[in-house]
Design a protein around this ligand. Sequence first.
Ligand code: MCN
Length: 769
Amino acid sequence: MDTHHEHHEHEGHAHHGNRVEDKRLITGAGKYASDWNAAGQLYGYFVRSDHAHAEIKALDMAAALKQPGVRHVFTGADAVAAGYTKPPHSLTIPGRNGTKALAPQRPVLAHGKVRFVGEAIALVVADSAAAAQSAAELIEIEYRDLPCVVQPEAALAAGAPQLHDDVPGNLSFEAETGNAQEVEAAFAQAAHITKLKVESTRVSPSPMEPRACLVAYDAANDSYRFNVVMQGVTTLRKQISAYTKMPEEKLIFEARDVGGGFGQRTVAYPEYCALMIAAKALGKPVKWVSTRVEAFLTDTHGRANIIDGELALDSKGKFLGMRLNWINDMGAYLSPGSVGHIRNTSVCMTGVYRIPALYATFRAPLTNCTPVGSYRGAGRPDIAYVVERLVNQAAMELKMDAAELRRLNFIPPDAFPYKTPTGSTYEIADLPGLLKKALKLGDWNGFAKRREQSAANGKLRGIGISTVIENTGAGNADKDEVELRLDSNGAIEVHTVSKAQGHGHETTFAAVVGDALGVSHEQVKIVQCAPGSMLQGNHTGGSRSAVGAGSVCHLAALKLIEEGKALAALEMKLEPSQINYAKGEFRSAESKRVVTLADLAKSKPVKVVAEGKFGSTFPNGCHIAEVEVDKETGAAEIVRYCAVDDCGAVINHAIVEGQLHGGVVQGVGQVFGEHIVYDRESGQPLSASFMDYCMPRAGMLRELRGEEHPTPSKISPLGVKGVGESGCTASLPVLVGAVIDALRPLGIKHLDMPLTPSKLWHAMQVAKA
Ligand code: MCN
């Protein structure tokens, strides 16, 4: 990647170094969930539904139970007997008129009915994984098929098949935000109204490491130990505790490396609880490793939103009001990650613009599909997508420059902190500055020439722009805690409950602590989610780790200095106020003695726990991309991608670049190929393997030119805002916008993702005809 940095005085902590975790990870020395084993462990295999919606009439396990090595087969009856039937869900925000979400029961193994292809029905446990799998094949299940519904609008229609008796009309949740009357008034005054209905397609986050879980039961303590993929211990522990009613301190988790998470590794899955039943009943640890197909069928999917939008403008192009109607497909059950794709969309609903009147409705149907959870951005890419597409569409209709229309409607720098119509407060941003830099970097004004050149080569060239803002930080935990432990060698261990899945926290958090203490980063070791630790804090998600855990790392270092001054003062027989600290040493004008950090821990290790609670920070960015569409094949190629981002002060430039690049490429995947498709008749998933589900390839984004435009946050003592999801949020609208711009001369105004060659080719044929 070719990235240009601009350096700013206020970047207190700026590092370019390689990540300390890389050597371990790229030389195969990482330890992932399936690398954990326990003496005497057994192996689990889940028998899964191949029907989208059916009653389970009979389950014959006799032949399976007779197979060599088979210990037992657990079913829905065991799940019901254990009481593991009520999954936690996060859709606890108030609904319309104070209503609550209707959360259906979900026994950890299906009982009586199945509601999506892939739902676990039985858990076969045997001495080997192969024995469990081959026995599973002998289990006979008699189903009585029920009509199914996989399309969210169809699920809400009158007469649709009903998934759950206690969720009438399949409507699990309904909400509204904003002010309907103000929007009515704004639309009544409008000189122009732009309308657009878009879909943010259902996708599978697809981290490299499939899920895996080893559960051991300790009868003496009535506790469970898990080796499992995770994004941090606290959320997972709470959710498993809620599902199983086991006290949190009886649930101990251990994970080392995690091969990607993207939100999908945050939540408690029913499989983990089913393994608890087996481990307890059989008195042996039980291990399960998901296959890739199981991952497609059962790991939470992302996005899955249909949004009908309208934007009202006055005669000069000023935005007057916006109306959005959302349908948020939840899948067959509410997952513990369900809230993200509703709540987050409303936090930044008016984007980077002054839109005085806003009204939005949400309806969240249940469908015979895999449950939906958070996926990188969790609602923010969806809202950015619809708002930015509406703005592009308006510019097109009004024959205005898309950048100029944005500039005209930006929240001006002096209006920050800015309160939005949905009650969020954007802290700080410099949107005109961001745009200016991006237009220059992307050579916006030189586009017409490049379009001509492409046309001469038989290609349709288009340009797209997105200016976006999103919320990062905050979180559900009461506070974020970090513990520092100092030993007699001066080594500093930093304990967090956040957990990197590839984000480089070992590098960035060590840099934060090392810098605050004025010691080398090598002296600082990051320990994430130590087993049994009851530190509180947020998991890694919502791009909140730098703002939350990272900031507390800084506070913990300052606290260590303060406590160190008191200890050093005792040694020097002085007052703490007489002690100064720098670079690992405590000194005083009153004494010749030097007390080092190591000296403090001479007799016993020194521990400090620091805490903090942080609100949302609002990273923002302007991305500009150009694509060329091949008229003969419909293939779209990204020929330029420029990104200017404001994630506040930067801890490590290389990591921030990597985060942006990864996020943008995930957007590239959704825009050009990734799509979970179900057969509407049978409810069978049609794209549940990498043969059918098109992940982005390295060649699809050959160059990303990036620049930073930081406006440091005061919410974090480090000045940071999150960056982990920014690329994803900005890339959907910019890339779709570029393709639509390329096809505009043919009269094409809208296409839904994914923009595959065949979709573009067909659209061009229809347009020509
Ligand atoms: N950082 C920095 N300077 C800043 C902000 C962040 O140097 N101003 C650094 C941080 O210290 C951290 C990294 O950038 O090392 C990302 O920080 P942050 O934005 O706080 O995000 P989180 O660490 O909380 O990561 C979560 C975010 C999310 S929500 C998803 S989804 C996602 C993502 O990060 N999943 C990822 N990036 C991912 N990257 C990898 N490799 N794998 C995933 O699963």
